[in-house]
Write a protein that binds this ligand. Structure first.
Ligand code: ARG
Length: 583
């Protein structure tokens, strides 16, 4: 026997098979396999309890029967019964060694994980800023969380389509064109295009007060754009292009490459079908000239309508998002759709998904899994929304620059002997990584307090701590003049000391962390795991000397070092971070 990549899934399958043989199959037996408290075992199965209670059986006797039926598991595990009917599994050292021997590279880990979403296509809609406007901190969160989710889905076998759903359409373009035609500063447009477009919009807005002939002129500019006037369309296209080029500078620093930038404007000609189909299926109704959808079964949306076409006939955020859901289903044949935005769009997406489910059912369209991945607000250490000192939007470029500068100062203090180039390189990975990791490390649903000192700390659940852990493992290989790509681990024996065993067990649980983070679309589970893994490694390193004379002991300790290295690196790459050789 040997253990596959995902030990918990393996136990689940074996226990189900055992229950089948006992004739419990049709009665909904769920083994409920979990990672256990290390004091009791590696995994535990609690399912006998709930099942026995339902079936009025003795849970402990039932657990014993299941264990007897799953006798083959004792090749890899010590099994014990505990309490009223828990089954505890402790993997045998020899089985841990086989697992660690097989999973010897990022590719092997990926191969193991890839079963969960194999053959599926997932569209992930993230970052998605509005053009001609500065990206704000919320778009940074969306970008960082969205990218980690893309990588997790791809690692677990999905074909991932990264789609930047730009806000590139709307009435604001009338005033922007009005301002542009009068006051554009071509040089400023080259150096800081978004800044210049924001300035022109403000000028356009100020020059077109309600009721003024200037406002009528701005509205004519908008109508010209909407009806395809060549000059205005070219201007609008330019706004999108320069905005996207500016956004791309941020994406480059975060390692993000979108497959598509299908913004709201892309769906302009696709909304008519939405009105028609939602009308035909009687989901939408007309109310005061507008087209709306109610959800009678819902406590709030029975009364609060989902407005899908405005009274003046114009489309809105809901119409384009309905068209977007259809396009992703039909054109990309998505099995799953994930949209990452802040929690304030919760109602919009709840109404959207309810509507899509009913509409697709009525038309017999295949329904993908729909997920709105939300996140909390970013606040300063004073608890207030993160803004510049004068209350403006923080420019992301300035924020990332500051991260790198601060990291550079720290690196320089720690390693004054490294060349400036090397220190810059390290500062880039550490600074940007710190911003990414701080965003990912806590449950995304909570608000998050932006603190330079915390995110750049070398201790605690931070990017610098984990990047440093990677560099430390690498330094063992460097000092011993060994190639970490081909570690000399032949003849390694099974882990033996308490610290070796604890580290080996932790390494095997990488699979559980990846699965949990992916299934729940919550990267913080992976962060927590990596932090704990680094802790297990530290304890091992403090207790057990690696480079010893006994070749078998040295080989097994080098094996543990190497597997820690690839697991930490794989995990950090999944979160979107770049890892370093030294720090
Ligand atoms: N542009 C929107 C914003 O800045 C986010 C778009 C999210 N995606 C979507 N399909 N609605 O808030």
């Amino acid at each position: 026997m040997s253990l596959p990549f995902n030990v918990a899934a393996h136990l689940d399958a074996r226990l189900r098979a055992a229950a089948d043989r006992l004739g419990l199959a049709g009665r909904g037996f769920d083994p409920e396999v979990r990672v256990a408290d290390p004091a009791h075992g590696d995994y535990q199965a609690n399912g006998a309890l709930a099942f026995a209670k339902r079936e009025k059986q003795n849970p402990r006797a039932l657990a014993q029967q299941i264990v007897d039926q799953a006798a083959e598991l004792s090749a890899d595990f010590d099994l014990t019964l505990a309490g009223p009917g828990f089954i505890n599994f402790r993997a045998k050292p020899a089985s841990l060694l086989t697992w660690l021997s097989t999973h010897d590279s990022e590719e092997q880990l990926r191969a193991g994980a890839s079963a969960s979403h194999a053959g599926q296509t997932w569209v992930v809609d993230y970052s998605s800023p509005n053009t001609a406007k500065q990206m704000h901190v919320g778009h940074l969160r969306s970008a960082v969380i969205g990218e980690a989710i893309c990588r997790l889905l791809a690692f677990t076998g999905a074909k991932v389509i990264r789609d930047n759903h730009l806000g590139d359409w709307g009435t604001q373009f009338g005033k922007l064109i009005y301002g542009y035609k009068r006051w554009v500063d071509d040089e400023a447009l080259m150096t800081d295009p978004i800044e210049e477009l924001e300035r022109l919009y403000k000028l356009g807005h100020a020059a077109t007060p309600d009721g003024s002939p200037e406002l009528e002129e701005a509205k004519r500019e908008l109508v010209k754009l909407q009806t395809g006037d060549a000059q205005n369309v070219a201007l609008w296209k330019k706004f999108s292009d320069v905005s996207l080029a500016a956004f791309q500078q941020i994406y480059d620093r975060l390692g993000i490459v979108f497959d598509h930038n299908l913004g709201e404007s892309f769906y302009n000609d696709k909304v008519e079908r939405i009105y028609r189909e939602l009308g035909e299926t009687k989901l939408a109704e007309t109310s005061e000239g507008a087209l709306v959808v109610f959800h009678p079964e819902h406590p709030r949306f029975a009364k609060q309508p989902f407005l899908i076409r405005k009274a003046d006939g114009a489309s809105n955020y809901a119409s384009t998002d309905l068209a977007t859901a259809l396009y992703r289903t039909e054109h990309f044949t998505a099995d799953g759709i994930v949209v990452v935005t802040d929690f304030r769009q919760g109602d919009h997406f709840e109404q959207l998904f309810l509507t899509v489910k009913k509409w697709f059912a009525a038309k017999s369209y295949r329904l993908p899994e729909l997920h709105h991945v939300t996140f909390g607000a970013v606040t300063g250490e004073d608890g207030k929304a993160l803004k510049t000192r004068d209350g403006g939007v923080i420019k992301l470029k300035a924020l990332l620059d500051e991260a790198e500068d601060r990291a550079f100062a720290i690196v320089t203090e720690k390693n004054p002997d490294l060349s400036e180039d090397e220190r810059r390189e390290i500062a880039r990975a550490v600074g940007i990584g710190a911003v990414q990791y701080a965003d990912l490390a806590q449950n995304r649903s909570s608000n998050y307090v932006f603190s330079w000192d915390k995110m750049l700390a070398l201790e605690g659940n931070t990017a610098p701590y984990l990047l440093y852990a990677v560099a430390r493992v690498r330094s063992i290989f460097r000092k011993a003049e060994l190639d970490p790509a081909q570690p000399p681990v032949a003849g390694a024996t099974a882990p033996e000391t308490a610290q070796e065993l604890a580290l080996a067990r932790k390494l095997v649980q990488f699979a559980d962390a990846v699965k949990l983070a992916t299934d729940q679309l919550r990267p913080h589970f992976l962060c927590l795991y990596l932090f704990e893994l680094a802790g297990a490694y530290s304890a091992f390193y403090a207790a057990d000397k690696v480079i010893v004379d006994d070749p078998a002991v040295r080989a097994r300790r080098l094996l543990l070092c190497h597997r820690t290295l690839i697991t930490l690196e794989t995990g950090l790459h999944l979160l979107g971070l770049r890892t370093l050789e030294r720090m």
